[in-house]
Design a binder for this molecule. Structure first.
Ligand SMILES: [Fe+2]
Length: 263
């Protein structure tokens, strides 16, 4: 039989007051939090939090529209640098430890006053999403529900395609173009974002993104951004992935759930 002894228990009464229990509970929570964030030599040092996700195809599978050389540099070096940079930042401030990447992006966006970790976190999210927004044999037309939603919200696929390309070509500086589902309005929209900004910070649900940083296209297309963007639409974009994302999002949006679960 286990026995318990606590010297700080009151000795004049057989009853423990509710105030005392509250104090004890508070102290237990404080002790737990202290242990959680303890940086004493006895605590285990966590040195990495996130890994580099692999694209869902071989690195030469998008040729000739996106070369292996581009993906080697873009994914193998630049994307990897964002992951390593983020992990280094988190080593110094492990209060952010344990978030999913979605949560980390929203948390570090800090309502429009980004924390130092935001750029790396968002660029990891954006690139993970970008690789999965393409597929070998991609492009052409979306199908089924996605096509219907595009026709409903943009009039026609041709109109949507023109607007997406126009958004990409008028983006000033580096950034991204997105097809998103607006959660409240329940309609599709094309968005442009600068630098690392990712629409999940506004609670939008991304379906497709296109990287418009120069590193994404320069090796294959030099300064011909229009050729890169048209090639993405004609041969690279994965409408299958976008359709799956929309179907999953719609189910929860229509049910009024406050949060899309992490896949
Ligand atoms: Fe990039």
């Amino acid at each position: 039989m286990a026995s318990y002894c606590c010297n700080s228990l009151p000795t004049r009464s057989h009853f423990i007051s509710s105030d005392f229990l509250r104090q004890l509970k508070t102290q237990q929570l404080l002790d737990r939090a202290k242990r959680r964030f303890d940086v004493s030599p006895r605590s285990t040092k966590v040195t990495a939090f996130y890994g580099l996700k692999t694209p869902p195809y071989k690195l030469d599978a998008l040729e000739p529209y996106m070369s292996k050389r581009t993906i080697d540099v873009h994914w193998g070096e630049l994307h990897q640098n964002f992951v390593e940079g983020l992990n280094k930042q988190l080593e110094k401030d492990d209060i952010l430890y344990g978030y999913t990447m979605d949560e980390l992006v929203k948390e570090t966006f800090n309502n429009g006053n980004p924390l130092p970790e935001f750029n790396n976190a968002a660029e990891v999210w954006n690139h993970d999403f970008f690789w999965e927004s393409m597929q070998p044999g991609g492009g052409e037309m979306p199908r089924l529900g996605l096509l219907q939603q595009i026709e409903k919200d943009f009039g026609s696929f041709t109109n949507f395609r023109e607007k997406f390309i126009e958004a990409a070509l008028t983006l000033f500086g580096s950034g991204w173009v997105w097809l998103v589902l607006k959660r409240e309005e329940r309609r599709l929209e094309i968005l442009k974002t600068s630098n690392a900004i990712c629409p999940v910070v506004w609670d939008d649900i991304p379906l497709v993104n296109l990287d418009l940083w120069e590193h994404a296209y320069y090796l294959d297309y030099k300064n011909d951004k229009a050729k890169y963007v048209n090639t993405f639409m004609d041969h690279l974009v994965s409408w299958d992935t976008a359709m799956g994302r929309l179907a999953r999002a719609e189910a929860f949006v229509n049910l009024g759930e406050p949060k899309i679960p992490i896949a």
